[in-house]
Write a protein that binds this ligand. Structure first.
Ligand SMILES: Cc1cc2nc3c(=O)[nH]c(=O)nc-3n(C[C@H](O)[C@H](O)[C@H](O)COP(=O)(O)OP(=O)(O)OC[C@H]3O[C@@H](n4cnc5c(N)ncnc54)[C@H](O)[C@@H]3O)c2cc1C
Length: 344
């Protein structure tokens, strides 16, 4: 078997990359360990409105569950602030499927329940999870779009080394919530709690920095207790969680291997947002591959994405140094306050 591009991971990063390569006439194999694309969802499912301009031609509108315009932040000292945050809370599985479907329409081939294991004698080694069969494949290029704990990244010399941990419940809302709600609390150290509404339900979760050696479950339970006392949510419909890279950009190109999305460290070290950057980096990598100009991907990605990610990385360091002084540190290190943008 021989392909031009093997894309490992059919999340938004991998499928966008597969789409651009296939559109340019390259022979593309897109693989994922999952049985169904995007399932189970491990996400709070918010995307910023600006991303819609990079999704032209992709039929994802039915994946939109709720439009939001603002983000409201609840501080521990009682101040409630808000900022503009236009965008959508999605059905993330439907969103991921929509991008992958578009890639298939352009000619990419999808193989689910297929795991990338590594390389042997210059060939990519894949395992079919249903049968246990191991296959070898000649791929001119391999795209690591395999998420926060990318095997492709690790095998090519580096991988994400710093993660935030998150736990989330999908819950029924007792009242209408129109905005994204973000809570800063001492029992959610190095992170925040969120309520992202999607109609009658909401994604309710916490993300913490494990450097605090604090219980993630305790943080979540305390947060749910607070929300229940406020009569915001009741019944639980589902649980998820996951790892969020917080180290910023990795080296993205090594020989014929390219990293996109979380695998390349594109996730925001403060907010944990990564869908938009996965889509954009996947598209950029795909276009560079199609033009045969991989170095252009590394250059453009560094120019566009590195500055905001570097800022966020520095803010995280600050966050960690002074978390015991929340009143001072939250405004300096949260994107919803002017201080975030004024000072490093
Ligand atoms: C709880 C939580 C809430 C979040 N909320 C938000 C949010 O509201 N907004 C936002 O922008 N971001 C959010 N994020 C981050 C966001 O989910 C990620 O940044 C985004 O999914 C990155 O996309 P990706 O395509 O790079 O990787 P992924 O979406 O992680 O896709 C990687 C794919 O690779 C596959 N894979 C892994 N290993 C292999 C292998 N060896 N072989 C084959 N396939 C493999 C996986 O099955 C997976 O489908 C959240 C993350 C978490 C954990």
């Amino acid at each position: 078997m021989k392909v031009d591009v093997l894309v490992v991971g059919a999340g938004p990063g991998g499928s966008m990359c597969a789409l651009e390569c296939a559109r340019a006439g390259m022979k593309v194999l897109l693989i994922d360990t999952k049985k169904n694309i995007g399932e189970p969802v491990q996400c709070a499912e918010f995307i910023p409105l600006q991303l819609s301009y990079s999704l032209k031609g992709i039929d994802y509108q039915s994946a939109i569950k709720q439009e939001v315009k603002k983000m409201v932040h609840f501080t521990p000292w009682g101040e409630v602030g808000e900022c503009d945050s236009p965008g959508y809370v999605l059905d993330r599985a439907a969103f991921d499927k929509a991008i992958a479907s578009r890639a298939l329409e352009e000619g990419a081939v999808l193989s689910l329940k297929t795991k990338f294991l590594g390389w042997e004698d210059g060939l990519a080694v894949l395992k079919r999870l249903k049968t246990g069969e191991v296959l070898k494949l000649k791929a001119e290029f391999v795209v690591g779009a395999d998420g926060p704990r990318s095997v492709v990244a690790k095998l090519t010399g580096e991988g994400n080394s710093y993660f935030l941990l998150s736990a989330q419940r999908t819950m029924r809302l007792n009242k209408e919530v129109k905005e994204l709600w973000v809570f800063f609390r001492s029992y959610i150290p190095g992170g925040y709690g969120w309520v992202f509404p999607k109609g009658e339900l909401a994604n309710v979760g916490v993300g913490i920095d494990p450097k605090f050696n604090f219980s993630l479950d305790f943080a979540l339970q305390e947060f749910l207790k607070e929300l229940r006392a406020l009569k915001v949510v009741d019944e639980v419909f589902g649980s998820t969680g996951g790892w969020l890279p917080a180290n910023g950009l990795l080296r993205l190109v090594r020989k014929n291997v390219v990293l996109v999305g979380d695998a390349g460290g594109f996730c925001h070290p403060i907010t944990g947002a990564g869908i938009a950057n996965a889509v954009l980096s996947g598209a950029l990598a795909g276009k560079s591959l199609a033009m045969g100009k991989l170095e252009q991907y590394e250059e453009e990605a560094s120019e566009v994405f590195a500055p905001p990610l570097e800022r966020a990385k520095k803010k995280r360091e600050l966050h960690m140094q002074s978390w015991d002084r929340l009143e001072k540190i939250v405004p300096l290190t949260w994107i919803g306050f002017d201080e975030y943008w004024n000072k490093i």
